[in-house]
Design a protein around this ligand. Structure first.
Ligand code: URP
Ligand code: ZN
Ligand code: ZN
Length: 458
């Protein structure tokens, strides 16, 4: 059975047209005008509303064991929250422990992800380098549908890599036609600044940000770019937060180097005053890199507009304030890093990007869906409204309005870093693989309905 969406304003990364979209058995089978439903199809009138390709969030961490605890959303609750906000597929990161066989890590992630309500893919984090690492990377690319690798320049002593290991990953990825992605922070400098501040009796959440100032990220971004230049490897920099990092990426691109960058709504919309809330509330926004001082946000918006940054992801990685973040109540170094974001990415980017004139509608679709699908090998199956694509569609009511709150969000966590943010525009209907999974506030997801997406950068 199918769905006929009638008279919507169909917005893709390329163009905007008024018409109909017909789906059948989980795929889009026609896009045009005056389309007719087949018997048994559901018809939805989308007059006055937009029809977007479902959102793709290429940077999330569901059920991640990290810093002595596990991120609070599992694959079911996290993907469900995504669907409620119009995100219909994700790419999570397999993050094996140091010294763990990457393939064993992958098996663990497959087991956890089976309960996803929406489709999912994986990046593989290479957290250490050993004799078998190159072969595991080959298997990821050629057998497992994972052509992108993650490296952490931060988190030294845990999942972080040194430059030697990073170079090995880049060289191997290059030989496999795969893509290296990088969390760029100078790991040793972070440890040095953390220990210095702590020794001075500075223990609160605000010192998390002070231990990871903008140059810590800018240096690592520039270094990763230079290493990628020397290994001739394309590079994707995750969660870019500073004006200096943007400048380094822009400079590399102007030389013709293939460097791509991603940012997240929290880096566009919040500033470091979040860390000075009383009663340890600032810990809710402890993440890495940290939220930046005022002055970094507009350069990030400008970079999105100009295409220097190409993707808006969330780095969704929630931890409860009570029972998780408070592990670091006396020591900011022990506050689990991360926050929730998957549900409100589209609403925030629409409200503060499109409606404030920073992005046009086609750019909005590009940065929240299409570009990531292209970069990570899921296009046109995901990120497009074309015949043959998966029927992942968002009908977007531009007149809806709301206020983000922990009281109403679907994230399984006790804080929302965007608490009180007004939003305009929201999904009225979300279709996932040809099924209406969300309509007018009613979330009707199915545990386990999500499928694993094998990718290829072909
Ligand atoms: O603070 C963050 N970002 N936590 C998740 C892990 C990462 O660095 O992406
Ligand atoms: Zn990171
Ligand atoms: Zn992350």
């Amino acid at each position: 059975m199918g769905i006929l969406i009638k008279n919507g304003t169909i917005v893709t990364a390329l163009d905007t047209t008024v018409g109909d979209v017909l789906t059948q058995d989980g795929a889009i089978v026609a896009v045009g005008t005056d389309l007719d439903a087949n018997s048994g199809d559901t018809t939805i009138d989308a007059s006055g509303q937009y029809v977007f390709p479902g959102g793709l969030d290429p940077h999330v961490h569901m059920e991640l064991p990290f810093m002595g605890t596990i991120s609070a959303d599992d694959f079911e609750t996290g993907t469900a929250a995504g669907v409620a906000g119009g995100t219909t597929s994700i790419i999570d990161f397999v993050i094996p422990a140091r010294d763990q066989n990457l393939m064993e890590g992958l098996a663990e992630w497959h087991a956890k992800a089976k309960k996803s309500v929406a489709d999912y893919a994986f990046h593989m984090a290479v957290t250490w380098w050993g004799d078998e690492s190159a072969e595991w990377m080959r298997r990821c690319v050629q057998e497992e549908g994972i052509p992108s690798f993650k490296t952490f320049m931060a988190y030294r002593g845990a999942i972080g890599v040194d430059d030697h290991e990073l170079i090995q990953v880049m060289r191997t990825a290059k030989s496999l036609g795969a893509l290296t992605t990088v969390h760029a922070e100078h790991g040793d400098m972070v440890v040095h600044l953390q220990d210095k501040l702590f020794a001075e009796g500075k223990t609160g959440p605000e010192y998390h940000a002070r231990s990871r100032p903008a140059p810590v990220e800018a240096e690592a971004t520039s270094r990763a770019i230079m290493l990628a230049r020397m290994t001739h490897e394309p590079l994707y920099v995750v969660h870019v937060t500073t004006a200096q990092s943007v400048a380094a990426i822009a400079e590399a691109r102007s030389r013709g180097q293939n460097v791509m960058g991603e940012t997240c709504p929290q880096y566009l919309l919040l500033d470091d005053s979040v860390y000075y809330k009383p009663d340890f509330e600032g810990a809710a926004a402890v993440m890495s890199p940290p939220i930046r001082p005022k002055g970094h946000q507009e350069p990030l918006w400008a970079a999105l507009r100009s295409g220097t940054l190409e993707v808006v992801a969330t780095d969704h990685c929630p931890f409860n304030l009570k029972g998780q973040k408070d592990m670091g109540i006396d020591d900011f170094r022990k506050i689990p890093n991360g926050a929730a974001g998957i549900e409100h990415r589209l609403a925030l980017m629409y409200t503060y990007g499109v409606l404030e004139g920073r992005l046009n509608l086609n750019q909005f679709v590009d940065v929240t869906s299409t570009r990531a699908a292209k970069i990570f090998g899921l296009y046109p199956r995901k990120g497009s409204i074309t015949v043959g694509a998966d029927a992942d569609l968002v009908i977007w009511d531009p007149e809806a309005s709301g206020t983000i709150s922990v009281k109403t969000h679907h994230h399984k966590v006790d804080r929302n870093i965007f608490e009180g943010f007004a939003t305009k525009g929201a999904p009225s209907t979300v279709v996932v693989n040809g099924q209406v999974q969300y309509q007018d506030g009613d979330l009707r997801v199915t545990r386990g309905a999500g499928r694993y997406l094998k990718r290829s950068l072909g």
